[in-house]
Design a protein around this ligand. Structure first.
Ligand SMILES: [Ca+2]
Ligand SMILES: [Ca+2]
Ligand SMILES: [Ca+2]
Ligand SMILES: [Ca+2]
Length: 253
């Protein structure tokens, strides 16, 4: 005969297993369930996109949530792209919120008192209460003559460059070690927004200016023309200069 306490124990185990099974089953179901049949599952609608899981066209503009999301439009605002909409008014577009995994309907995802937009603008992790910075990275593709920069692995922009002729731009992994707003070159011209990545020898800077005010290499953007530095167009150089920090990694390939 089975002792009573054993019987009770078995009964407990059975009900607990049943509970775990039902829970797992429901969680799995929630992942695939799509109540309004718009192609976006309920879990993602609720947790990520903040759309109505029971309405295939949340913003009522005639396009389903799925169509909008897959074409770069906001399902929360008629006729607005994800890049143009800022649902929670935190200074970060809905597109960026999705890329950085912050909450579209919460202006301060990590609750540290700084908005998601402010954190990204200043290079901080919007998902961490601690004042932790996200990694900044500049990638330079010599073959394509393009510079791309990333924050926390998210691409923030891309510019056309003009690198050194005859493979004079060094390849490898470097770090920005110096920033000078207007540097003087040994070749007798100014290099605005100069950022050295090779002990002051090579850098990224704006198209140089001769002492008489003439801009050098305007027509050469997109092809190698320098002595080894990486040149950028006027607005681009300023944008990158203001974004980059000493220590920002530069990968040249
Ligand atoms: Ca749905
Ligand atoms: Ca819609
Ligand atoms: Ca937000
Ligand atoms: Ca925050």
């Amino acid at each position: 005969m089975i002792p009573v306490h054993w019987y009770k124990k078995m009964k407990k185990i059975f009900y607990f297993s049943l509970f775990v099974f039902i829970l797992t089953f429901n969680l799995a179901k929630a992942n695939i369930i799509d109540s309004d049949n718009d192609g976006v599952n309920d879990k993602d609608e609720i947790e990520i996109y903040k759309t109505d899981p029971n309405n295939p066209d949340t913003d009522g503009d005639g396009y389903s949530d799925w169509i909008e999301l897959n074409n770069g439009y906001s399902p929360l605002a008629p006729n607005k792209k994800l890049t143009e909409n800022d649902f929670d008014n935190d200074g970060l577009s809905d597109k960026d919120e999705l890329l950085f995994h912050t909450e579209i309907d919460n202006p301060d995802t990590d609750g540290d008192g700084y908005s998601d937009g402010t954190e990204i603008k200043n290079g901080y992790d919007p998902l961490n209460k601690e004042a932790r910075k996200l990694e900044k990275l500049i990638k330079i593709n010599l073959k394509e003559q393009k510079l791309t920069y990333f924050l926390g692995g998210v691409r923030r922009g891309e510019f056309i460059i003009s690198s050194g002729v005859n493979n004079t731009t060094p390849k490898g992994v470097f770090k920005i070690d110096r920033k000078i707003k207007k540097a003087w070159s040994n070749f007798g011209l100014w290099m605005p927004y100069w950022m050295s990545f090779y002990k002051g020898k090579y850098g990224i800077h704006e198209l140089p200016i001769w002492p008489n005010g003439r801009r050098e290499g305007v027509n050469h953007l997109g092809k190698p023309a320098s002595h080894g530095c990486v040149r950028l167009g006027t607005e681009d150089a300023k944008t990158l200069y203001n974004w980059t920090e000493i220590g920002t990694i530069v990968i040249i390939h």
